[in-house]
Design a protein around this ligand. Structure first.
Ligand code: FES
Length: 90
């Protein structure tokens, strides 16, 4: 099974809003997902600069291209487990 790609915005806005805590996934992921994810830190996704208020607030994270707004460590882990479950059903 392909690994799940997790992109964590490390731009200043997302970083100060909590992306730093989410980056812990890279070093201390839960054991059940540790070998199933690739963590990539990316520069500002420009979602924080959206002037049409389409997006809520950061930190922004994508899990296999599904966007998580106001991301937290727990939200990201839950999304990863959901994606894994869906992949296992296919
Ligand atoms: S700093 Fe994360 S979207 Fe801009």
């Amino acid at each position: 099974m392909d690994k799940i790609t997790v992109k964590i915005c490390s731009g200043t806005s997302c970083f100060v809003m909590g992306a730093a805590q989410i980056q812990a996934l890279e070093f201390t992921p839960p054991a059940d997902i540790a070998d199933k994810i690739d963590i990539i830190e990316v520069r500002c996704m420009n979602l924080c600069k959206d002037t049409h208020a389409k997006y809520n607030r950061g930190p922004f994270v994508t899990v296999d291209n599904e966007l998580i707004e106001e991301a937290t460590y727990e939200k990201v882990v839950t999304k990863i487990r959901d994606v894994l479950k869906n992949k296992e059903c296919q």
